[in-house]
Write a protein that binds this ligand. Structure first.
Ligand SMILES: Nc1ncnc2c1ncn2[C@@H]1O[C@H](COP(=O)(O)OP(=O)(O)OP(=O)(O)O)[C@@H](O)[C@H]1O
Length: 447
């Protein structure tokens, strides 16, 4: 059919409809009914349409899933709001010796002297509250998770905030307030993480040790502090130079001279957490090590303890070792190695290490923490007895040769006599190598 044919057909049809409508009353009625029905249908859906348009333009919805780190902040914040206290389905989060921020309840002190703190979190319900002049509808939810065989796999949690606001600025404001209220309040404690499968598990939050509580007679601590400061400030410089943004330190020396303590104190000073990995961890394979290093938590430094424990040179020390020497090197600086990583390795046996493991790039700086010098002994005495004069402490310290004792041995000796300074003077000369028990360890060791 050609175009002129189609035009003629349409004109004929149009005339026929007009004639029918003008002359036929039945057709007129039918059209009227159809038009009225369409109007009625539209009128019925109109409020819904208007409502959803209004909602779209005047509200925001924030959905937070239980696995997200922001979930506990928002849940604790909500539970602590006056209306949040009306939510009647609550869960409990318990921590030892840790104020979690938010609405905490201290139940008492356990036998280790740790405070038992609990925080209540809402699990379900719905409340309306005001936040910075806006209305918020908050709805915590909990749903059962089931496997395909209908086996219960626990629960998933979520929190939905619907807010009456024209601008989105309320969303970051709410998140910020919840963060400041809970996690942001977390004091300067250092989190200790140990490996769990391919990731990390938080095992302890301990008060950060002040750097000046460690006594060295060189400017080792201030030098390290400057080094780390420069590292954190120089990210862009590394990128511009094409140098991998990583820094490694090797701390070596006899046991009990503060290798682990120094790492923990530096972590505290820079607000970092510590991930402790002992290469002798059972079942540590090349793949698992690579995953662990790729999955380090945020703001964490990696402490590889006793790196001499697994390899003598490049050879495994035991047939049970699953890790290969090359796997270790690759994990430390291969393609998959994380950017921005700070690694501290410790060893008591520098001679047993293969040079490849501690070459610059893997361990950029090597620092020896040797047994106590007389200056350190004097410093340690004055830490325990701050009102002793420098000369008095130096006089006592001069009676023990440099390098004869570890700092841990001296600390143990002083701890035992901490309420009896005469006993310190009386027994000091008896403080000879081999006369003390084993040095205490800070025990940052991974399981
Ligand atoms: N330089 C120091 N100043 C003050 N205290 C120290 C110093 N070195 C060690 N100590 C004390 O000695 C104890 C043991 O220290 P730490 O565990 O850090 O030593 P380490 O070198 O890591 O030992 P190891 O090689 O056995 O792991 C700690 O309790 C710490 O307080």
């Amino acid at each position: 059919m050609t175009l002129p044919d189609l035009t003629t057909l349409w004109t004929d049809l149009h005339q026929l409809i007009r004639q029918t409508l003008a002359t036929n009353e039945l057709a007129q009625g039918g059209l009227l009914i159809a038009a009225l029905s369409a109007a009625a249908v539209y009128a019925r859906t109109l409020p819904g349409l208007l409502w959803s348009r209004l909602k779209h333009h005047t509200t925001f919805t924030l959905d937070v899933q239980g696995e997200d780190p922001a979930f506990p902040w928002l849940a604790a914040w909500l539970a602590a709001q006056p209306v949040g206290r009306k939510l009647r389905h609550l869960g409990v989060v318990t921590r030892f010796n840790e104020q979690m921020g938010g609405q905490n309840l201290t139940l008492g002190t356990d036998r280790d002297g740790d405070e038992i703190n609990v925080r209540l979190v809402p699990l379900s319900g719905q409340v309306l509250l005001r936040f910075r002049g806006h209305w918020l509808l908050a709805r915590p939810e909990r749903q059962q998770r089931k496997s395909e065989s209908e086996r219960l796999l626990g629960y998933t949690h979520s929190l939905t905030f619907r807010m009456l606001a024209r601008s989105r600025s309320i969303v970051p404001a709410l998140l910020q307030e919840a963060y400041d209220f809970t996690a942001g309040k977390a004091d300067g404690r250092v989190e200790i993480h140990v490996p769990q499968y391919e990731g990390w598990r938080l095992v302890e939050r301990r008060p950060a040790r002040p750097l000046n509580s460690l006594i060295y007679d060189t400017d080792l601590v201030s030098g390290l502090h400057r080094d780390l400061q420069a590292f954190f400030a120089d990210r862009e410089w590394y990128a511009g130079m094409g140098i991998p943004y990583r820094r490694g330190f090797l701390l070596h020396g006899p046991p009990g001279n503060g290798k682990s303590s120094l790492v923990a104190a530096l972590a505290g000073a820079f607000g970092l957490n510590v991930c402790v990995l002992n290469l002798a961890t059972p079942d540590l394979s090349d793949d698992r090590l690579t995953s662990l290093l790729a999955n380090l938590p945020r703001r964490a430094l990696l402490l590889l303890e006793d790196i001499d424990a697994v390899f003598l040179g490049r050879e495994p020390r035991a047939p049970t070792v699953k890790l290969s020497f090359n796997g270790l090197l690759n994990a430390l600086d291969g393609v998959a190695a994380g950017e921005g990583r700070l690694t501290f390795m410790t060893t008591n046996d520098l001679a047993g290490l293969d040079p490849a493991l501690i070459r610059p790039g893997r361990a950029d700086r090597h620092l020896r923490l040797a047994n106590a010098t007389q200056a350190q002994l004097g410093g340690m005495l004055r830490r325990f007895w701050p009102d002793w004069s420098v000369e008095d402490a130096a006089h006592l310290a001069a009676q023990i040769p440099d390098g004869a004792l570890s700092m841990a041995q001296v600390q143990e000796f002083l701890l035992e006599r901490r309420s009896d300074e005469h006993a310190v003077r009386r027994d000091w000369l008896g403080l000879r190598p081999g006369e003390q028990g084993c040095p205490t360890r800070l025990s940052l060791r991974a399981g």
